[in-house]
Structures are given as structure tokens and as C-alpha cells.
Design a protein around this ligand. Structure first.
Ligand SMILES: Nc1ncnc2c1ncn2[C@@H]1O[C@H](COP(=O)(O)OP(=O)(O)O)[C@@H](O)[C@H]1O
Ligand SMILES: [Mg+2]
Length: 275
């Protein structure tokens, strides 16, 4: 059975399958197998369907200058863009181009020298430190290249400790942690210490931790930088399922072209400017 490799037309394949099925079942199944081989491994949603929602995060004329003694180093230069609710956006650019600085500004971990960062109608650049840290805790989840799990706590406690500060009830906390562990595929690793987990598992644990407060946006700084391509792929699939199931917006800094290609959109930085 020959199906045009590029053609891979589903309707046609199904029709051939049905036609063949009455006669020779083995041939019919071969038809289907041939068709499946023509389907790309990753079936993507058409890009035109995104962005799905309204603007969630808006960066306007953002500039960041570091002062080092008498020297002034401007590393983010008049950058403006919007991120839509439910998008997965990749940020790429050479090392030193200002990606991490930009991400820190977007999540309120650092303050800009000038310009604004709106999440909904809140301008992070104008919040007091106290309000900023409260807003951050409720709205943003962070994932880093190095996982920053507490080495002396089991995975369960690593996930429970942030909830203790939020004064969640013990029973609710425990159920929530179990649910999150299931979501990232670590339900059977809750009693493990971080060093007993693989790199990919540690990053999935860090992602579960980032989800504890049900953030609207996840900001991830090279989350696959320490993983092989198979584990990197798993992490991206996990972000996709989080976006699909929870509607979380995801921004990922990455060097990996394959990962950038999976995103709905790429923002490129070169020497602190949009490229
Ligand atoms: N806290 C800081 N103080 C001074 N310079 C910094 C600081 N953080 C980053 N830089 C400088 O800003 C530039 C951009 O850094 P960064 O945002 O980390 O880039 P990237 O993540 O793209 O590699 C680099 O030249 C870096 O040395
Ligand atoms: Mg960086």
C-alpha cells in the first residue's frame, strides 16, 4: 500500500482502510500502519489558533542599566512586547544578550531602570517591595536551570514547605502535593531525596513546586540546559500539558532550537534589544 509520504491525508487513509477491511484485513491494517508512518511525530496545534486570549503581560520600553563603580552597563535596551494568556513563548539570544535580566524584570525579581511591566493592570515597576513580593508569590512561578531543591528534604516536604508559609491546612496541603506530583509523573517518588532523582525528575519536581500557588505565568530560565534531549523534550511536553490543562502562560529562555520551534512564538534578543 502506497500513501504519498507528504500526502498523509487522514480522510483518504480512513477510506482506504474501510474499503480494504471488508476484503483483506491484514492489508487494511497495513494501510493504517503506512498512514501512521506519514504523520509527524509531534502533531502541533496550528499556530494561527494562538494567541488564544488577551494580553497577560506587557513590557513597555524596558531598560535595565547596571552600575559597576563608575561604569554603567545597559543590558536591556528599550524593549517592548506583549505576552498573551495561554501562550508558550521562547526567548532566545546569545549568552550575555540580556535574557535572564529580562526574565527577572518580567517576574518582578528585579526592578527596571526605566519602563514598565504590566501583568493585567498591575505595573510591577511601581509596586513597593512588599507588594511586589506578594504579587509575585500569587502570580508567577519560576523554574531555573539548576533546580534549587532542598537537598535535606524529601520530595514531599520540598513541595509542602512553600504551602506551610501560605498557611494551608495540613490535609489540603498534602492532597495538593500529591496531585501536583501526579501531574508531573512523580507520584511514586514523594519519599525520595533530590539526590535520588534523575536530572529530568528533579526539574519536574521544580516545576511541580512552581505550580504550588497556581501561578498565571511560569517563567523558566533555561529549564532544559542541564538535561539531555530526551529529558528536555519531556519538560517541554510537561509545559504544554500544563498550558493545555491549567491555562498557564509559559515563557522559556532556551538555547535549544528544537525547543524554540515548539513554542507558539519566539522573542529574540541581541545585545539587549529585540532582534
Ligand atoms: N547583577 C548584575 N550586575 C552587573 N552586570 C550584570 C548583572 N547581571 C547580569 N549582568 C550583565 O548583563 C549582561 C546580560 O546578562 P544576562 O541577562 O545574564 O544575559 P543572558 O541570560 O542572555 O546570558 C551580561 O553582560 C552580564 O554580565
Ligand atoms: Mg541567562
Amino acid at each position: 500500500m502506497n500513501i504519498d509520504k507528504k500526502g498523509g491525508d487522514r480522510q483518504e487513509a480512513v477510506e482506504r482502510f474501510i474499503q480494504a477491511f471488508d476484503g483483506d484485513r491484514k492489508a487494511a491494517i497495513e494501510t493504517l500502519i503506512d498512514y501512521v508512518k506519514t504523520v509527524p511525530a509531534v502533531v502541533r496545534k496550528p499556530k494561527a489558533q494562538r494567541p488564544t486570549g488577551s494580553v497577560l503581560l506587557s513590557v513597555k520600553n524596558l531598560t535595565k542599566t547596571y552600575k559597576l563603580g563608575k561604569q554603567h552597563l545597559t543590558v536591556v535596551k528599550d524593549v517592548s512586547f506583549d505576552i498573551y494568556e495561554g501562550e508558550i513563548v521562547a526567548i532566545t539570544g546569545a549568552s550575555g544578550s540580556g535574557k535572564s535580566t529580562l526574565l527577572h524584570l518580567m517576574g518582578g525579581l528585579d526592578k527596571p531602570t526605566s519602563g514598565d511591566i504590566f501583568i493585567d493592570s498591575t505595573n510591577l515597576a511601581r509596586l513597593s517591595d512588599r507588594k511586589l513580593s506578594m504579587f509575585r508569590r500569587q502570580t508567577v512561578g519560576y523554574v531555573f536551570q539548576f533546580f534549587y531543591l532542598q537537598p535535606f528534604l524529601r520530595l514531599k516536604q520540598n513541595l509542602e514547605v512553600p504551602g506551610m508559609f501560605a498557611r494551608a491546612k495540613r490535609k489540603d496541603r498534602s492532597r495538593h502535593v500529591t496531585e501536583l506530583a501526579e501531574k508531573v509523573g512523580l507520584q511514586d517518588r514523594l519519599q525520595h531525596f533530590p539526590k535520588e532523582l534523575s536530572g529530568g525528575q528533579m526539574q519536574r519536581a521544580a516545576i511541580a513546586r512552581a505550580l504550588l500557588n497556581q501561578p498565571r505565568i511560569i517563567l523558566a530560565d533555561e529549564p532544559t540546559g542541564n538535561l539531555d534531549s530526551k529529558n528536555g523534550e519531556q519538560i517541554i511536553r510537561l509545559f504544554e500539558s500544563i498550558r493545555d490543562e491549567l491555562g498557564t502562560t509559559v515563557v522559556i529562555i532556551t538555547h535549544d532550537e528544537a525547543i524554540a520551534n515548539r513554542a507558539d512564538r519566539t522573542i529574540r534578543l541581541a545585545d539587549g534589544r529585540l532582534a
